[in-house]
Design a protein around this ligand. Structure first.
Ligand SMILES: Cc1cn([C@H]2C[C@H](O)[C@@H](COP(=O)(O)OP(=O)(O)O[C@H]3O[C@H](C)C(=O)[C@H](O)[C@H]3O)O2)c(=O)[nH]c1=O
Length: 187
């Protein structure tokens, strides 16, 4: 272990908040956004299939709650490199003792934190500032046919978004609220 990441557990098994250590000098700093050896110790398995960037223009915008269905389920490492967000992961692992519970954490360009999200979670966030930038490492490639999601405003999830929710994509807004017999995904 390089000691470049500090992991803090959450109430949802396997979901971790990672803090990146900044190697500072008189020029500024360097920190690792991803390191295969380090993250393997925190549960990352296999390669980085994709590294994505998103930009979100206006605060209040919510993207989510996204996941890919098995066998295309993915581990995600989510990082905010500009602005501030509230990042949220929902446990949708069938038979999980914390099924449908969620964990929220503020990620920002300043706090050097990332959320390491195992397979079996739906992920979303709300921009708390304008002009947010995010970096996503995905363990599996984007597979449109395997994409699914939960409605971020579904009362069954009980997510208390700090700002009025705006700019949901048509797809995200169209996710139906969960039926009482929703069982989640095989983890
Ligand atoms: C993920 C992905 C998407 N796309 C295409 C599909 C759509 O035409 C367009 C936007 O996709 P989407 O609306 O799913 O993007 P976001 O809502 O920003 O999703 C992102 O934010 C939420 C919170 C997440 O958790 C997702 O993992 C992350 O991708 O990009 C691609 O071409 N490649 C990709 O890897």
């Amino acid at each position: 272990m390089s000691g470049r990441f500090e992991a803090v557990t959450t109430p949802l098994h396997g979901l971790l908040v990672l803090t990146r250590r900044k190697m500072a000098d008189e020029r500024g700093f360097l920190s690792r956004l991803f390191c295969e050896d380090d993250l393997a110790a925190f549960g990352w398995q296999g390669r980085v299939a994709q590294l994505n960037e998103t930009g979100t223009t206006f605060k209040g915008t919510v993207r989510g709650m996204h996941f890919q269905c098995p066998p295309h389920a993915e581990i995600k490492l989510v990082t905010c490199t500009r602005g501030r967000i509230l990042d949220v992961a929902v446990d949708i692992r069938e038979d999980s003792p914390t099924f449908l519970q969620h964990f929220a954490v503020e990620l920002s360009e300043d706090n050097a934190c990332s959320l390491l999200i195992p397979q079996g979670f739906a992920h979303g966030f709300q921009a708390l500032t304008d002009e947010v930038r995010m970096i996503y490492a995905h363990s599996h490639p984007h597979t449109a046919a395997a994409e699914s999601g939960l409605n971020p405003q579904d009362p069954a999830l009980g997510i208390d978004w700090p700002l009025r929710v705006i700019n949901l994509s048509p797809r995200d807004a169209a996710h139906p609220w969960l039926s009482p017999d929703y069982r989640g995904v095989a983890a």
